[in-house]
Ligand binder design. Structure first.
Ligand SMILES: Nc1ncnc2c1ncn2[C@@H]1O[C@H](COP(=O)(O)OP(=O)(O)OP(=O)(O)O)[C@@H](O)[C@H]1O
Ligand SMILES: [Mg+2]
Length: 368
């Protein structure tokens, strides 16, 4: 494997600028609505090595629809993870989901990255439905115009300051520094880049099924050119089981994940199949929408991740509906993992949850 390159995208919606993260080392902190994932990755002889690996569950009401409702519980859960796993590094790289950010592909006059960084406030005003003073922004240049129109495509990303403050505050309260705030789909691009190299011009899709949101992005030649988030994830399955079998959220969650026996009659599998089919159609519609606007493009593979992707049968349904090969991504595929330090069975079992976190872990060497 190649050493991590600086080509990795380097969005940062945090207002901090810490240019020497590489020297200081960072931890990846994926604050999901259902599980907080923490990783520490270091540079090995050839690529990356796993140094710390941890995960803790949040109660369902702590983060709802991407908003932190119970900041104290979230803070304490992070603190406990840091303590329990003896984490000494302070700089945290986190991500928001597409649900809480505005992502727009826009065309700007061709200019350098530095020039755009200086003028982004003015250039972006017309594309953002809030005053620019109320948002943090960053951008990714998608490619310089080759047709001589003097224009370039840019992925513009903005987030309301109050949303970012809620996340940076829990990180600070937990004793860490919110060094980088990324977006989950861009983190997934980095995860795929180190594990599943593509041919130039090849398009793949990343589908991360979380608890509350499914993020879909299309990556062409290693660059994210399209993202969409669907407000359906693992919770939808649990809520449907809860409603139809008339049980509590906790009981429904346990039945869904096989920790508790479902009542006789086989209705659990049919409930799961119905929700899976709807989600598979949502993925198909998104992919079709992208392909409709991109003549001559096809998607060679869909990489699935997220805890919600562990639903039995979902992978095959997405494959059937989209007619595209689907593979469960292994975010640790190209990471060195020392079997003397980690339980390899556990890593394999929990790998789908860590797609975003591994992508965030790569940010150590690529920051502006
Ligand atoms: N074995 C399993 N089978 C099916 N679903 C599972 C299993 N284990 C966990 N899940 C589901 O995975 C989801 C959690 O995944 P993940 O940690 O990726 O979400 P999150 O990052 O916390 O959520 P979000 O990104 O939407 O805020 C939950 O809905 C949980 O019920
Ligand atoms: Mg998530």
């Amino acid at each position: 494997m190649k050493a991590p390159s600086l080509k990795l995208p380097s969005l940062n919606l945090s207002s901090l600028t810490l240019p020497f993260l590489g020297k200081r080392g960072t931890i990846a902190l994926d604050i999901g609505s259902s599980f907080i994932k923490l990783l520490q990755m270091g540079q090995a002889k050839k690529g990356w090595e796993l140094q710390k690996f941890a995960m803790a569950e949040l109660p369902p009401e702590a983060i709802v629809d991407g908003s932190i409702i119970d900041a104290i519980t979230v803070t304490n859960t992070i603190k406990d993870l840091v303590k329990e796993h003896n984490v000494r590094l302070k700089d945290a790289v986190s991500a928001l989901t597409g649900q809480s950010v505005i992502i727009k592909k826009v065309s700007f006059p061709a200019m350098t990255e530095e020039e755009l960084a200086d003028s982004i406030q003015w250039e972006a005003e017309q594309y953002i439905p809030f005053p620019v003073s109320e948002v943090n922004m960053d951008f990714q240049i998608l490619g310089v115009d080759t047709e001589g129109r003097g224009q370039m495509d840019v992925m513009l990303v903005a987030v309301k300051k109050d949303v970012i403050n809620d996340y940076t505050n829990v990180i600070k309260e937990a004793g860490l520094t919110p060094a980088v705030i990324d977006v989950d789909s861009f983190a997934l691009e980095n995860m795929l880049e180190i594990n599943y190299p593509v041919a130039p011009g090849e398009s793949v899709a990343a589908v991360n099924v979380g608890a509350s949101v499914t993020s879909i992005s299309i990556i062409t030649g290693g660059i994210t050119t399209f993202t969409r988030s669907i407000p359906t994830g693992g919770n939808q399955f649990t809520e449907e089981v809860q409603r139809q079998l008339n049980v509590s959220f906790k009981e429904a969650e346990d039945m869904k994940t096989g920790r508790k026996e479902a009542p006789e009659g086989g209705s659990l599998s049919s409930i799961i199949e119905t929700v899976s089919t709807n989600l598979a159609f949502d993925v198909k519609r998104t992919v079709d929408f992208f392909l409709g606007g991109s003549q001559g493009t096809y998607i060679s593979k869909i990489y699935l991740s997220g805890g919600g992707a562990k639903i039995e049968g979902l992978l095959n349904l997405i494959q059937d509906k989209t007619n595209i090969p689907v593979e469960m991504a292994n975010p640790f595929k190209n990471l060195e993992v020392n079997p003397r330090h980690f339980d390899m069975e556990k890593i394999k079992d929990l790998a789908p949850f860590f797609g975003v976190a591994v992508g965030l872990g790569t940010r150590r060497f690529a920051d502006r």
